[in-house]
Design a protein around this ligand. Sequence first.
Ligand code: SF4
Length: 279
Amino acid sequence: MKYDSNIYRPPSEAYTLLLQVTSGCSHNKCTYCNMYKDVQFKTETLEQIEKDLIEAKSFYQYGERIYLLNGDPFCLSADKLKSIAKLINKHLPNCKTISMYSSISSIKSKTMDELKELRSLGINDLYIGIETGNDEALKNIKKGNTSEEAIEQLKRLNEAGIDFISIIMYGVAGHGKGIENAIDTAKLLNSANSKVIALMNLTLIPGTDLYEESLRGEFLESSELEKLIEVKTLIENLNLKTETAFSSIHISNIAPLNGTLPRDKQKFIDRLNAAIEQF
Ligand code: SF4
């Protein structure tokens, strides 16, 4: 298998075959991220992808899931994604789900017919780094989309039948803005049906633009207490139409929660209140 740059994949894809279809990230501007800072974005050739799939047949013949690399492979044209999906279906016919990260703008660039066709070829379970529904925070972190654009594109995924995992990064609006951030993010999440809502805690990583902003005093980090109150406010304001898996078990989180909403809403709030009382 050809892997020629840094690899990042969601923890839930630990046992999934990773297939390189891009290197790096086509956006590469989010101010909190250093994952692909030194990697030149490139796309893999169909010839190499097919070579990797032929190799994978020897050890992954019965695999039911494939994860496409790297930062935002859904940025590829619909035609290229269709060709990749067809090659996967040809060489690994037991594969039922082709998963990957996607940005909001990569969804926007596809027509509804294209989204539906990609779904019919097995492309499903897109991981989307939504981070926040607060427009000021989205602009500050250079996410590349507004909350309105995110809502519109998530609804289009619902219409196309493509499941998605919404990744939220609390603390991203900074000190004093957690409650507002939580309310705006809940509004965004309430507008479409996620398969999973996964929470991460903002971590300032040396070398990133946001880290430098924090050193200059331009970005003030929220305290742990503020962040717990932010997560509680988010959960209080979530009114999801369908039962949705909810997880804050990523290592970055302050208080691990795992279950579904709305079923576990009160249980989560009680746990967060208990954690808040300890401060
Ligand atoms: S889209 Fe993802 S990989 Fe790319 S810069 Fe932003 S956070 Fe990093």
